[in-house]
Design a protein around this ligand. Structure first.
Ligand code: NAD
Length: 508
């Protein structure tokens, strides 16, 4: 690496932004203040590119979480009563600050979770867009409906549900945190954020920005630490009225149990084993681009990744040959190198899990067409060679379990019916992708494939007003546009008589 290479420049700039995390312990942000870290238990936050520490982070306690929940409860009434137009202004200011710090956010996020910088640049910008979108909706969040009856008019009124808990994962932590927190704040809820322990840094930047933006104390609280301790306490705390989780399916089950005693509303965005179904008549090049992008971008650590390729047998050999050439060409490397397309996996434990599937695939009888090994040549980071399994069947573990790495399993099919039956033969139901030029077939498939989101002839293009979420073991509830307000708000019905009906009489 030369001193004027783009990687060198990014490493130097990242070093500047990361210095605060290596020189002092990263702590919680509660009630508008950074908490004292002197006597706190800590853990090392490990960098995926080299497995060395980026600095110490507080491993929060249930008592820390209690303080955050109480602060959110105390701040709730004033925040809920703030006019929507004022919240709109504050949230736009928040978005301005994200944009101003986009470079810092991207470099810190990339260093912390191993996602290539080329994708993380967009993550910061998308985070700002999430804030702007929901800022604009804040003034209308309380709007309801007028429902007419001959003797009564019903008015529906929406009000924020209360303080809410937001629990986020490590795969694209900044974007996902903004996606959940922006609508909660726009609705008038106060927030306690529990970021993933494996990627705590961009959540810290977000709390920083909330302070700088002038979000009132207690409206935004952030507690670091582990799911089993602080995460658990957040889901149990009686002041918290709803919990939004983005994470693994098993975590959703835990949270449902933990939150049962306080009867919280839950919204879960969980795992997936999403099919991309390519028919013989698909636009070959566009389908190929999308198949590669939707599993190998973001290191395959993406909930909507198309990890099962269902390819029609008439096209199979030609498509797989082209795919092999693309996969072997992917540039694996340091996440801060702008040329890198696939970076290191987030954590040693996750890396070992992904490597484990290479053995499982062979034992189950699949062919490792490309990859299937670690990339030792890249040093001590969690680097995996992008991998393609062929000759697979849908009953193999590589086709059933969420691997969450740059690993694709290809399965052939003969016709529409078989494609539907393979696509639906899974516990999950998050996303699906259909490639065909036959519109009727695309619509028939869209009716039958069991997934919360389907894209026809596209990768996962996002439209903020559209519903986002999964069926089956992939989740409960929908986010996006007004769907987010349905979750973060209560709907009240007010029934008003026209004084024309007969009131029932008793005991006169
Ligand atoms: P994870 O479930 O291990 O952790 C997610 C968060 O939950 C973390 O903050 C963790 O500390 C917390 N947590 C863990 N146990 C908890 C408990 N008992 N109580 C409260 N909180 C607890 O998930 P991960 O490994 O960080 O992320 C990867 C997973 O997230 C994958 O399964 C992926 O598919 C999923 N994901 C889903 C979507 C979606 O929109 N459906 C988006 C991104 C990621």
């Amino acid at each position: 690496m030369t001193s004027n290479s783009p990687l060198y420049e990014n490493l130097e700039r990242a070093k500047g932004f990361l210095a605060r995390f290596s020189s002092s312990v990263t702590g919680h942000y509660i009630n508008g203040k950074w908490q004292d870290t002197d006597d706190a238990d800590t853990y090392d936050n490990i960098e995926p590119a080299n497995n060395t520490s980026l600095g110490k982070v507080v491993a929060g306690t249930p008592s820390d979480m209690n303080s955050a929940c109480e602060a959110a409860a105390d701040a709730f009434e004033d925040w809920a009563d703030m006019p929507g137009a004022a919240r709109k202004k504050l949230l736009h200011h928040f978005a301005d600050l994200i944009e101003q710090r986009a470079d810092e956010i991207a470099l810190v996020e990339s260093s912390d979770c191993g996602q290539p910088i080329r994708f993380m640049k967009q993550a910061a910008i998308r985070g700002a867009a999430n804030f702007r979108f929901f800022a604009d909706k804040a003034p209308e969040a309380r709007n309801g409906q007028s429902l007419f009856q001959s003797d009564h008019t019903n008015l529906t009124i929406r009000s924020p549900i209360g303080p809410v808990g937001i629990i986020t994962p490590w795969n694209t932590p900044f974007m996902l945190a903004t996606w959940k927190i922006a609508p909660a704040l726009a609705a008038g809820c106060t927030v306690v954020h529990k970021p993933a322990e494996l990627s705590p840094l961009s959540a810290t930047l977000l709390a920083d920005i909330s302070q700088e933006a002038g979000i009132p104390p207690g409206v935004w609280n952030m507690v670091h630490g582990f799911g089993e301790t602080v995460g658990k306490r957040l889901t149990e705390h009686p002041a918290i009225k709803a919990v939004a989780l983005v994470g693994e399916t098993t975590t959703g089950s835990h949270i449902m149990r933990q939150a049962a005693d306080t009867l919280k509303r839950v919204h879960f965005e969980l795992g997936g084993k999403n099919p991309v179904i390519v028919f013989d008549d698909a636009d070959f090049e566009r389908a190929l681009d999308a198949v590669v992008f939707m599993i190998y971008s973001l290191n395959g650590q993406r909930c909507t990744s198309s990890s099962r390729l269902l390819i029609q047998n008439g096209l199979k050999d030609r498509f797989l040959n082209a795919l092999k050439a693309r996969v072997s060409n992917l540039r694996v490397g340091h996440p801060l190198d702008p040329a890198t397309e696939v970076g290191p996996l987030v954590h040693r434990g996750h890396f070992e899990k992904v490597l484990g599937y290479f053995k499982i695939a062979v034992e189950d009888g699949a062919c490792v067409a490309i990859g299937g090994h670690r990339r030792d040549d890249l040093g001590d980071g969690n680097y995996v060679a992008p991998t393609l399994f062929t000759d697979a069947s849908n009953s193999m573990r590589i086709a059933r379990e969420e691997i969450f790495g740059p690993v694709l399993t290809a399965i052939g099919f003969d016709d529409e019916q078989q494609a539907i039956s393979i696509a639906n033969d899974t516990d999950y139901g998050l996303a699906g992708y259909i490639w065909t030029k036959d519109t009727g077939r695309a619509l028939r498939m869209a009716q039958k494939v069991q997934a919360g989101m389907l894209w026809v002839n596209s990768e996962n293009n996002r439209n903020l007003p559209s519903p986002f979420g999964g069926m089956k073991m992939s989740g409960i509830g929908r986010d996006g546009g007004d769907y987010s307000f349905d979750f973060y708000m209560e709907t009240k019905n007010v029934c008003i008589a026209h004084d024309t009906h007969t009131v029932p009489v008793m005991g006169r």
